[in-house]
Design a binder for this molecule. Structure first.
Ligand code: NAP
Length: 283
């Protein structure tokens, strides 16, 4: 009998609270227009991309109200609602887009309440499976923002809570307020500045969702990544993703793309095994 496991399922699964997702997720930021601002040039192509991402075995999709703003969440619902069993959508609130190149923090309780309601409406959900506080707001006590989300979780609008762009100290503070199932910080083979946060997540068994898992494309230019890729008959993107998956059992990469060819290439990385020699070369 043919193997029915879709490609992105080859890296195994990971728990987000009581939910189980395949360890290779999909970052849905790039279904919005250029600079993650406004509508994409071809909306129906982005809908097809999202359907294809699920069919390839990505069961965790990452989005945010600020992607567009409001565009990525809306297209996800257009493409996939009513959602297939097994699909877990993680969205985020706490950043606003007053103009094309601005991503401003807004962690005020009143903003987070409104932001969550907007996401629920666009995603056509009564409860978000994973709601992530997008970034601490220096103007608002972190505990006030996380406390508001904990309240909204108790009110039944959020199943699980995550945080993003946090330090170890902020993660510890959030965990004193609520159960945190995921952390989303920038991390990739070429940028390991948040090794301490990853170590804290690995120790606590909290999912670590690296954003810019391909360094927004920059991680693919490394000579070592290219050399290992050539030796395995793989691509640099596949090596960058396989390296993340091998790097920690709590790693949940969410490579982003607006291209079906790249989506297929990236999904196939879930099956790529790096040897001890490859990993040493990439260390
Ligand atoms: N929490 C946060 O603050 C935060 C910040 C940024 C992003 N994120 C999340 O992280 C996700 C991933 O980040 P990202 O999409 O910005 O960066 P990424 O996954 O590191 O890289 C995406 C870039 O690489 C290109 N790419 C993708 N696959 C490729 C391949 N196989 N070969 C060559 N190039 C390839 C894409 O272009 P093509 O479209 O041409 O494939 C795109 O320009 C986002 O979707 C979003 O959900 C979160």
């Amino acid at each position: 009998m043919a193997d029915l496991l879709p490609p992105a399922g080859a890296a195994g699964t990971l728990r987000l609270g009581d939910l189980t997702v395949n360890r290779l997720g999909f970052g849905a930021m790039r279904v919005a227009g250029p600079d993650i601002w406004g509508d994409p040039k071809d909306r129906s192509a982005m809908r097809r991309l999202l359907v294809c991402a699920f069919e390839l075995g990505h069961t965790f999709f990452d989005t945010a109200d600020s992607y567009g703003p409001n565009v990525s969440e809306t297209i996800i619902a257009e493409a996939l609602h009513p959602y297939p069993a097994g699909l877990v959508i993680g969205t985020k609130g706490g950043l606003v887009r007053p103009s094309r190149h601005r991503w401003d923090e807004d962690g005020r309780p009143e903003h987070l309440r409104r932001a969550l309601d907007g996401s629920l409406k666009r995603l056509r959900l009564e409860r978000v499976d994973l709601y992530q506080f997008h970034a601490p707001d220096p103007k608002v006590p972190f505990a006030d923002s996380v406390g508001t989300l904990a309240e909204l979780q108790r009110a039944g609008k959020i199943r699980h809570l995550g945080v993003s762009n946090v330090t170890v100290k902020q993660l510890d503070e959030a965990r004193r307020i609520a159960t945190i199932v995921s952390v989303q910080n920038e991390y990739n083979i070429g940028n390991r500045a948040d090794d301490d946060v990853l170590a804290a997540c690995t120790k606590a068994g909290i999912a670590f969702i690296p954003w810019f898992p391909l360094g927004a494309g920059r991680a693919l230019g490394s000579a070592e990544v290219k050399r290992v890729a050539a030796s395995l008959n793989a691509t640099p993107a596949q090596v960058a993703i396989a390296w993340l998956l091998a790097h920690s059992p709590v790693m949940l990469p969410i490579p982003g793309t607006s291209s079906i060819a790249h989506l297929e290439e990236n999904a196939a990385a879930a099956a790529l095994q790096l040897s001890a020699t490859d990993l040493a070369a990439l260390a």
